[in-house]
Design a binder for this molecule. Structure first.
Ligand code: PGA
Length: 248
């Protein structure tokens, strides 16, 4: 069994002051455990404060929520994988559904971001997931596999071994309507089979995300093939995040 990965996606919440206070409180109550990995994805501007507040906690991983599909140049407002790495990030969310569907990010851009992240030694947390209309049309598998193949295509075997995959059905994100453990298990099996076909080692975890809360986290984590959770809303509050992280 893989050690579960619990990842907090703070989205556009928690500035430096709140992020630092959160990490101080969290670190005071969560002792390092070798049977799970905890990751934080603060806003880029809160990243340094969050990391500093957790100084000495090598068990916690810090990443950014996005990077540019460019290495450098005239791209006002963007952050590159190289800059994120220099700032201390070790991982990055790529292809989150809000990037895809709110900001119009394409599979090609996601592929470029994965490649740049991997080239700069940032482990990509590649997010995939279908929209409600796609699920209703029976297209879940097709959409998820298309996004997955595009995201990993340009990675070397060594880079693929550093991946984390997150299955996040778009209809479940921030809606309070989580996928059932059986729904998640079905898609995770499809993703795992594709990863194997692509030569990606079984050690690469597949997380579930979408309306994870302290009360549904244990059942989702216990679902077949679910190796961890990517959590938005329930990661914003120290109490509820401690409860999610302590699940299983
Ligand atoms: P949610 O968000 O937990 O608030 O549904 C999950 C995500 O978008 O990663």
């Amino acid at each position: 069994m893989r050690a579960p990965v619990l990842a907090a996606n703070w989205k556009l919440n928690h500035g430096p002051t709140e992020a630092a206070a959160f990490l101080r409180a969290f670190c005071g109550r969560y002792a390092p455990r070798d049977d799970r990995t905890v990751m934080f994805f603060p806003s880029a501007l809160a990243f340094a404060a969050a990391r500093e507040a957790a100084a000495g906690r090598a068990d916690l991983r810090f990443g950014v929520q996005n990077v540019a599909a460019h290495d450098r140049g005239a791209f006002t407002g963007e952050n590159s994988a190289a800059i994120a790495r220099d700032a201390g990030a070790t991982c990055v969310l790529v292809g989150h559904s809000e990037r895809r569907h709110v900001f119009g990010e394409t599979d090609a851009e996601t592929a470029e971001k994965c490649a740049l992240a991997a080239a700069h030694e940032l482990d990509p947390v590649l997010c995939v997931g279908e929209k409600l209309d796609e699920r209703e049309r029976g297209e879940t598998e097709r959409v998820v596999l298309r996004q997955l193949r595009a995201g990993i295509r340009r990675l070397t075997a060594q880079q693929r071994a550093r991946l984390v995959i997150a299955y996040e059905p778009v209809w479940a994100i921030g809606t309070g309507r989580n996928a059932t453990p059986a729904d998640a298990a079905a898609v995770h099996a499809v993703v795992r089979a594709e990863l194997r076909a692509e030569g990606v080692p079984d050690a690469v975890p597949i997380l579930y995300g979408g309306s994870v809360k302290p009360d549904n986290a244990p059942a989702l984590l216990a679902a077949d093939g679910v190796d961890g959770l990517l959590v938005g809303g329930a990661s914003l509050d120290v109490e509820s995040w401690l409860a999610v992280v302590g699940a299983r």
